[in-house]
Ligand binder design. Sequence first.
Ligand code: UDP
Ligand code: MG
Length: 407
Amino acid sequence: MNATQKTYLSIVVPVYNEEENVRPLYEKIRKVCDTIGSTYEVLFVDDGSQDKTFDVLSEMRDTSPNLSVIRFQENAGQTAAMAAGFKYARGERIISMDGDLQNDPADIPHLLDKLEEDYDLVCGWRKERQDKFWSRRVPSVVANWIIGKVTGVTIHDNGCSLKAYRAEVIKQVPLYGEMHRFIPAMTTVIGARIAEIVVKHHPRRFGTSKYGLGRIWRVILDILAFKLILSVFASKSNSDNTTSTHQTYRNQLNPKLNVYRITAFSSLTFFIIGSLLINATNIAALSCIGLGISFIIIGLLTGFAISLAQRDTVELSALARFFVFRCDKRPIRYFGPFGAFLFILGLILIFGFLDLCILLMCGGILIFGCGLFGETIVYANAKRVIDYKVEIFLDGKKDVKRTENLY
Ligand code: UDP
Ligand code: MG
């Protein structure tokens, strides 16, 4: 591709151990995109594959001028791979899709047409999903329902990777951890207009799925964390339903964050109830005061995270560094279960050891809160995290090869 020529479309495909799929997928994408009649690039992001995926991609690059490859030195996950693809995509429009031939490139023109109806994001809906019923389709329906309730973005299929974006919109969205499942809700934070169309879906023919039932627990924690992020960063959502499959959302970044007020109010309430109760029952009084203190600490930490998030250039503090670098990018996954465990243990002890029970429950809430705080700080810094070493091969044969840090 000529460096001065503007690219209209970038197709971003994260791949992890998909050696048999990448070539036929590229051929299908090429056939479809050649008919669109605009310049395009296909960006495969090899997420540290251990099979021959990268070798096959390298071979393909020799004969395909519009194919670019980003290679992670180790497996960093689908979200990171997508984030890298979005970062280096040069097109005005971006399509993301899975690299296992389950999504169909034939849907690309439909997604783009919909995008041109003045949407920022068009999501694919795998209405006839070709995956196992109990382990995949049922959990997915439940998860989408909950995500819809929590985030206010009621699309049917958050987990479908086949989506179309305006580049300037998706490039602003902070992606981290496994938040690719929350892209639609994330984009509402910057006021995106979202639509949904039905897309085809095929059973996997080659290779194996990279996820099992374990994702259910992770998605639950993600939903909790995301609720906090949305409530902190975005103001009330207005959804304007035109038909069941076409919806517009315009959440705006909340200019006045009132986390300190909420903290002060909730902790004060607990302190007042606690002091009123102090003569009646010491235990109830103590637990209210303990909760009050927990809320103050969580509120101050969260307020700190938000003030960091609002600055454009951030010198990461030692605390932020801890959360961003030491927690495998998902603080809630570390602190959440530990906090929940302490809380439940406290509940169990309520009849025998009241003092210990109070201590454990307050500790549990505090630790869980720290996880949420960490989550906010990682979200806020998602675009700035110095993360994975990547090798980038842009412009086909020209082999512009760089090793860079992602984000
Ligand atoms: N993938 C990835 N990194 C990972 C896991 C998955 O890049 O750590 C890619 C994978 O190669 C595929 C896409 O993400 O292109 C979706 O993964 P998969 O098909 O396993 O998910 P499923 O369709 O089973 O939900
Ligand atoms: Mg798949």
